[in-house]
Design a protein around this ligand. Structure first.
Ligand code: 9D3
Length: 257
């Protein structure tokens, strides 16, 4: 099969059955898309780059067209019942998932494998789902395009149908990047010696407190005095109150939940 892979993960023969994977926390991410080039650089920076270099994760984007069987490599077709736009065909998506995840019905996937359809009709992605995804062995992400995806994909193939929020994107690709980013930074070892992922914003239900660095006077804009005093208890109290004020202003919904 001549599938397009943009990420040169090192893949020993039989890798997924051998002892290496059992002894290390390792996540495999496969993205199914009609635009594999979209992902060429996004996973080459910062925490994700480091996690990949440390072999905590592999990420590959696969061209859906590689799983078409007709001579025109058709990935989409007109909707039954009429209407504007085109619909992504079920057949190549089922074939892609079968070859990447070893099954093409949700009940047949082994433990630790999630097959996710990114779609505006999905349940909204959040930190809790990111944690579940980070604990997986394999994540297969299917990116929709056009007007939608043949509903049989959502009905019988995928384990999760996920949206990243209430706004209209042009396809599932940007959403896949968001989901992969949020999951990878939660992998044990991905953050190195920096703040642990669990002590951050959204874990305690408040937004982060405001941060300042040098200079203390930036063209007349001052750093709050208390941060310069070295009084740790005072600073902690200021930060708690500032975080609360900011949450009230920008995200009152977090306080009412
Ligand atoms: C006219 C009806 N639209 C559905 C709300 C059509 C439509 C809009 C956008 C069909 C597909 C898309 C492409 N979006 C995604 O595939 C998508 C998405 C999004 O648009 N917002 C938030 N999360 C996601 S995840 C995938």
């Amino acid at each position: 099969m001549s599938r397009t892979s943009w990420f040169g993960s090192i893949r020993r023969k039989g890798f997924w059955n051998c002892e290496i994977n059992e002894s290390t926390e390792m996540l495999r991410v496969d993205i199914i898309t009609i635009f594999p080039g979209f992902f060429r650089e996004v996973f080459d920076y910062g925490i994700i780059r480091r996690a990949r270099a440390a072999k905590l994760v592999t990420v590959e984007a696969h061209d859906l067209r590689a799983w078409t069987s007709d001579k025109h490599h058709m990935v989409d077709d007109r909707p039954f019942g009429g209407g504007d736009g085109m619909v992504l065909k079920a057949e190549p998506i089922f074939a892609a998932v079968e070859s990447l995840a070893g099954a093409s019905r949700r009940e047949d996937f082994p433990e630790g494998r999630r097959v996710v359809l990114l779609s505006p009709q999905g349940r909204t992605f959040n930190q809790s789902l990111a944690t579940e995804f980070a604990a997986c062995q394999q994540l297969v992400l299917i990116c929709g395009r056009y007007e939608g995806v043949d509903e049989r994909v959502a009905e019988t193939l995928v384990t999760d149908e996920v949206s990243i929020g209430d706004y209209v994107l042009s396809g599932g690709e940007p959403a896949a990047i968001v989901v992969v980013d949020a999951a990878i930074r939660l992998l044990p070892g991905a953050l190195g010696s920096e703040t642990s992922a669990t002590t951050e914003s959204f874990s305690d239900g408040l937004l982060d407190y405001p941060h300042y660095t040098r200079p203390t006077d930036f063209g007349g804009l001052q750093v709050p005095e208390v941060l310069l005093t070295g009084h740790h208890a005072e600073i902690a109290r200021w930060r708690r109150e500032a975080a609360l004020a900011k949450t009230k202003r920008n995200r009152p919904d977090l306080l009412k939940g």
